[in-house]
Design a protein around this ligand. Structure first.
Ligand SMILES: CC(=O)N[C@H]1[C@@H](OP(=O)(O)OP(=O)(O)OC[C@H]2O[C@@H](n3ccc(=O)[nH]c3=O)[C@H](O)[C@@H]2O)O[C@H](CO)[C@H](O)[C@@H]1O
Length: 492
């Protein structure tokens, strides 16, 4: 018998990709679509979904598709026998939504209408919608139950969520064939426990936990806490944070509910932990779990923010037979694992001859990360060859790199780099350097590349700068020359 096929819109995104893992593990076949509005694209491929395949060992059918392209959406349902839909695709940056209101209404509402129409044409009526606790507005009471009034929403993004919910209620009233579950997410955070999958939006957001991480990584100087005069135990804003994998399992539970015999019409369920946590508590827990220090400064309240938003999980617990499994320590741990394993998210570098010796460093990076299968390391990767290259080319590079390195390290680096691991002292790669002709790097020689520099040194450099590719270049060049001279013994 054919298993059920679920269409996941926004499948390459944060929520969608994590849902795919759980759906596949629960035995569903997944067709994922995305227009890459806020997720990383790699020549039409979704790196996040490649990670999903890696985690699950199963393949995900993916199609690039914009829900605003009605014909393509209709075609999707002709190409695939879709039984149910999880609709996570939406524009969601609150600040942008206030400036680009028409774009937000157009994308979120029209995209959803196109999808629902295509479903109707294909006789597919089981629908799970990604909603948000934002539909409750500033809560009148906490914990918030699903019968809390909705609609008092202060931003355009939130209003698109509210309007769509209203539309879905009307739709389910107009035709009893529809079975619709709206999942009202509280604050989804963290990453898959493997560290292989996480949040990597292409549009910047200012959600608090990702911000805490960037401070811990040294990318930002401090976390600004918006408001310390709320009526909460420590005065800072209280939210209900939920691990992304708990959120994902909530979708599987919703699909199971839709697959039952019950006529649901429209039903809303909260997905949260059922526990409020202040910004200060969150930071303290994060510091404890990760062993990092996160400086803070206080500022005025952020316009539109509520004091405390806490979820009542009762309805989901009893009717969806779902319960969150992850607590705050796991949320912090898993997020930190993802962020340290993939400091640049899914943006793997295309390593080509233009990257020259830096390719050697990239290889070292991926080897150490035990994840270089995910990189685009191919035969194009190049390093300065030790003996078989054109000497003039190597000398040229060496002299430019050596003078640059000397200059940067106070003149003591010739013949091996100063090795002090301080990338701030290092010169930047110039275009000219990067365009030197080199030979393709055969992958069986990977270990040899590592000889160019102690791996620890490279790691030090990687840890302190995101500009590591350009920074490491002169080091590698010098080391390569040493290999040429026989100092490091047979290079590639
Ligand atoms: C009103 C609204 O639409 N809320 C959305 C927003 O919730 P939130 O505004 O609750 O998420 P958030 O992560 O931006 O803020 C959480 C808490 O941290 C505080 N904070 C945040 C950032 C910072 O740099 N410093 C700081 O103190 C903020 O004042 C609040 O008390 O995002 C959620 C996703 O995670 C949901 O999409 C919510 O629907």
């Amino acid at each position: 018998m054919r298993g059920k096929t679920v269409l996941v819109t926004g499948g390459a995104g944060y929520i969608g990709s994590h849902c795919c893992v759980d759906l596949i593990e629960a035995g569903y076949d997944v067709v994922a679509v995305d227009n890459f509005a806020n997720s990383v694209e790699n020549d039409g491929v979704a790196p996040s979904l490649k990670q999903v395949e890696r985690i699950t060992g199963k393949s995900v059918t993916f199609q690039k598709c914009d829900l605003l392209d009605r014909d393509s959406v209709i075609k999707l349902f002709k190409q695939h026998q879709i039984d149910c839909v999880i609709h996570t695709a939406a524009l969601k940056v609150i600040g942008d939504s206030m400036l680009l209101s028409l774009q937000y209404y157009n994308n979120n509402l029209i995209g959803t209408i196109n999808l629902l129409e295509a479903m109707e044409m294909a006789n597919c009526y089981d629908f799970v919608y990604s909603s948000s606790c934002t539909v409750y507005g500033d809560p009148e009471f906490v914990p918030i139950t699903e019968d809390h009034p909705t609609g008092n929403v202060k931003n355009v993004y939130g209003r698109t969520k509210y309007f769509i919910e209203e539309m879905l209620k009307d739709l389910s009233n107009s035709d009893p064939k529809w079975n619709i579950i709206s999942l009202r997410y509280f604050n989804p955070v963290s990453a898959h426990p493997s560290g292989l999958l996480g949040e990597d939006p292409t549009k910047e957001n200012h959600y608090v936990l990702p911000y805490i991480v960037s401070v811990a990584l040294g990318k930002k100087p401090h976390v600004t806490i918006f408001g310390r005069d709320y009526k909460t135990p420590d005065g800072t804003g209280v939210r209900d944070y939920i691990h992304i994998m708990d959120l994902a399992s909530g979708h599987v539970a919703a699909l199971k509910k839709l697959g039952g015999n019950e006529k649901l019409g429209f039903q809303a369920y909260n997905l949260g932990l059922g526990r409020g946590l202040s910004v200060l508590e969150l930071i303290k827990e994060f510091e404890k779990v990760t062993g990092t220090h996160v400086p803070i400064v206080y500022a005025e309240r952020r316009v539109g923010d509520a004091g405390a938003v806490i979820c009542s999980t009762k309805k989901a617990l009893s009717e969806l037979n779902w319960a969150p499994k992850y607590g705050l320590p796991e949320m912090c741990q898993d997020l930190w694992r993802w962020q340290t394993m993939f400091p640049n998210g899914y943006k793997t570098e295309k390593i080509s001859h233009e990257y020259l010796v830096v390719g050697g460093w990239n290889l070292v990076y991926f080897l150490n990360n035990k994840d270089w299968s995910q990189s685009q390391v191919t035969g194009n990767v190049s390093v300065i060859p030790s003996s078989s290259s054109s000497p003039s080319s190597v000398n040229e590079m060496a002299s430019s790199s050596s003078s640059a390195t000397n200059q940067a390290s106070g003149g003591g680096a010739a013949g091996g780099g100063d090795g002090d691991g301080n990338p701030n002292k290092q010169p930047q790669k110039t275009d000219e350097q990067s365009k030197q002709v080199v030979m393709p790097f055969p992958t069986h020689m990977l270990p040899e590349v590592c000889k160019f520099m102690p791996v620890e040194e490279l790691w030090k450099l990687a840890d302190v700068s995101s500009e590591w590719r350009t920074i490491v270049l002169p080091f590698i060049m010098e080391r390569t020359m040493n290999v040429d001279d026989g100092a490091a013994g047979g290079g590639p």
